[in-house]
Design a protein around this ligand. Sequence first.
Ligand SMILES: [Zn+2]
Length: 419
Amino acid sequence: MTPRGWAVLTLTALVVALLLASALLVPWHRPPAPRADQLAALRDLPVDQVARAREFRAALRPGSYGALLAGLLVALLLGLTPLGARLVELAGRPFGDHWIARAVLGGLAVVLVADLITLPFAAWRQSVLTRYGLSTHGWSGWTVDLLKSYAVSAVIGVVALLGFYTVTRLAPRWWWAFAAAGAAGLVVLLSFVLPVLVEPVFNRFTPMAQGPLRTELMAMAARDGVPVRDVLVADASRRTKAVNAYVSGLGPTRRVVVYDTLLSEATPAEVTSVVAHELGHAKQRDVAVGTLTGALGSAAAVVALYLLGSWPPLTRLAGVESVAEPRAFPLLIALVTVAGLVAAPAQALISRRVEARADAHALALTGDPATFEAMQRRLAGVNLADPDPPRWEYLWSASHPSTVERIAAARAYVREAGG
Ligand SMILES: [Zn+2]
C-alpha cells in the first residue's frame, strides 16, 4: 500500500475514534431545560440589566465578527494565491533562502500579518470593554498583555514550525504520520505545561488564604472524592472586573483557579457553588477528555491536510509544488482557518453539554439551587452576559449554557428533588 493509501486508512481510523469518543464521553442525555422554563427565568431578571447586557454585546459584535472575517480573508488571500508563498520566500532571502529561515521566519511572518490585520478589531474590543467598565488595566496593560501573548505564540510557533519542517525533510514520504503523532503529542504536552508555564505569564497565582471559605472548599472537595491540593486565586482584577473560575492542567499540574474578582464580588456560598461546578469538571476528567479529543482532532487534521494539500488544484492556486514545503505554509493556515470555522458550532455544542453536566454536579454536591441561581444572576450581571443570546450566536459560539438555561436547570432540580 502507498503512503497515500495508509493516510486514508489512518484518517478513517482517527475520525471513527473521534466519533466514538464524542458519542461515549459527551453527556448527550442532558438536553437544555424546556424553552418555556427559560423564558420564565428571563422574565424574572431585571429588565434594565438585560437591556444593558444586550447593548454591550451588540457593541462588541462588529469587532468580533470583523476580526473573524478579516482573519478569514487574509488567510484565503495568502493561502490560495501565490502571495503567501512570496512572503515566505521574502522572509528567507536575507538568510540565503535557507529552509530553516523560510520555515521559521516565513511561518512567523504569515502569522504576524494575520495578527496585524486583526489588531484594530482587538483594539476596538478593548475600547468597548473600557467604555462599559469591564476592563480595568488601560491601554498600557492591554498592550503588555498583547505583546506577551505574541511572545508565547512565537515560542510555541517556532517549536511547531521547526519540528514540522524537519520531519517533512527527513521523511518526505511518511512525514504526515510523524507530524500527526507530533501534533497529538504537542496537544498533550501543552495541556500539562500551560498552567505552570503559560498562565503565570499573564497572572499571578496565590493559594487561597486560610479561613472558613478555604476550609469549606477543601472539605467539599474531599466529600466529593476529588483530590485538590489547593484552590488558587488569580489576580484577574488587574485587567478585568469580570468574575470567573476554571480548572486546568493534568495530573500533577491540575488546579482549581478562582478569580480574585469572584472572591470580592460574590458571597462565600456563591463561591462554593462555582467551585462545586469546577469540581464537576475535575471529577468527570473534562480536561483529560478534552485533551484526548484535541489530540485525536489535531492528528486527524494533519493527515487531512496531507491528503487535501496534495490535491493539484490547491497547490496550483498557492503556487507551490508540495504542501510539505515551507512556501506552502500559508495554504495550510488557510485550510486550518476554514476547518476551524466549520468545526466551531460542533465544538460549542459539546462544550455546552459538558458545562451543563458540571452545573448538575454543582447542584447535587451543594444541594443549594437557590445559591446556584443567585450566582448565575450575579455572573450575568457582572460579566454583562446576555442571559438569552440570539439563537444563531448561541449555536455558533456559546461555550456555556445561557444564563436562562442554567437558572431553568436549577429550578428543574428543585422540582425533581422535591417531587
Ligand atoms: Zn465550567
